[in-house]
Design a binder for this molecule. Sequence first.
Ligand code: GLU
Length: 498
Amino acid sequence: MRVRFAPSPTGHLHVGNARTALFNWLLARGQGGTFILRIEDTDVERSTKASEQAILDDLRWMGLHWDEGVEARGDRGPYRQAERLLLYAEYTTRLLQEGKGYYCFCSAETLDAQRKAQLAASLPPKYAGTCRDIPLEEAMRRRSGGASAVVRLRVPEDREVTFHDVVRGPVTFHTGVIGDPVLVRSDGIPAYNFAVVIDDALMAITHVIRGEDHISNTPRQILLYEAFGWTPPAFAHLSLVMGPDHAPLSKRHGATSVREFREKGYLPEALVNYLALIGWSPGQNEELLPADELARRFKLENVAHSAGVFDEDKLAWANRHYLKLTPADRLAVLAEPFLRQRAQIAGDLTPAARGWLEAVLPGMATSVDRLPQLADRLDTVFAFDAAATLAQGALAAELREPNATAVARALADDLQQAPRLTGKDAFRSAANRVKERTGQKGKALFHPIRLVLTGAGEGPELDRLVPAIDSAAELPQPSGLAPVLGCRERAAQIAALL
Ligand code: GLU
């Protein structure tokens, strides 16, 4: 089995295309097949190297590594269409000589006028066949005289083209609705339908799995396989990925590209797992499974042909699952760019600072949907401003309540002598001493302590947060982390303002 993903490098990788890549990859990995990456860059105006690199990078980020193709091994290359032009020219000559293709000299204006006339007569627009019968020698003479021409496929008249789509079942088109397609443009660049057939055939692709937007191209491609005397591969057309309103997922729905979801802080394994669930199910009510297990269970025959809706809430649900499974060292690596955006990380992390992050992040990762929210959680550690806390009317009122003020002062006083609260036990002992001095307990004790130390009425558990604050305050600076004010200093500043 040989499958391929064949993106056009004209923009970022859309999640719908990423899902096409994934289904190809799952099939290849599950069946011991070969997954090939080919770049379809014959649209010279719109293709860019930067897009190609971004697509390759996103595929690698998702873990969809290819066995053969661009930037990989393979003896059926080159794997960029722009590097295969001589090959296409050979096959063009063959079709022309066998009379299966012909030169067409119709100008854009002529074709446009024909189209308009057909539409006006309520006919489906298709090429009228004007140049079908120009003998090859005459066409070649006109070409050498400088006339510009495209090459078209001679579509057999009055026939049916049927193929069995692995996802959708039998599909039939009548050749009456297929105008002779352009195979090679007047500038010598092959059209998609032509290049794709030659490439899929020469690269010995056994299964073409792609979006259903290509289904009407398939009969044209099958006619080309016939013209060359080649056996077509199996075809499977995947339904498009829709937005919640059942229109194809597009910009107006929000994020659409792998890059955007990556930047929003979703993990690759969550995106991969979630995309696999759009239109397919691994069965037995199990949805959250690692990619190799998805591959083991994947069957093209079980892919639904109804449209799949992209549901970001469900992606977030998968992300929460994978965030909880992520080991501390990887979590720190994944979170780092987001913490840098917020200047919580501002330089190269020392080993001690990295150790601190690895100790703190897992506790926070159990209650967030996406990586940037870790930076929100860390704000309680990094951002402390006593004056701002007391400028908030409600918080100030709570703290100025006599029992709360007593707790705040006792805490400030106690921490002057106490070592830093770098562990839960140290914090508990300090809280107990404040309890003894003030007679406050439970909420009346811990709520003011929280207000004093974090400047907020709620947040992560104090048992975890206080040691995080004080161990960050102890890191020798510069540590790569933004400096953190310790609990002692926080309490002193608040007490001085009360
Ligand atoms: N370059 C085409 C696309 O991106 C590939 C279609 C195909 O897989 O045949 O839509």
